[in-house]
Ligand binder design. Sequence first.
Ligand SMILES: [Zn+2]
Length: 65
Amino acid sequence: MEHTNVFELECCGICEERKKEGIHLYTMFICTECEYNMIHTEPREEKYNYYLRKLKNMNQPKLYS
Ligand SMILES: [Zn+2]
């Protein structure tokens, strides 16, 4: 069985690119690259806040508009 079908590509919630491999965190798909980057980013780095913001957005239910 092959799983290289283009329809199986998911949009990464961090880099917003379509990737084949990654993890699901709650409702968000995070590609392996971003997952790796997140793990290896230290809190003092600017990127860290970027990831944090993305993750926070994900957790907020859109109840009130
Ligand atoms: Zn990504």
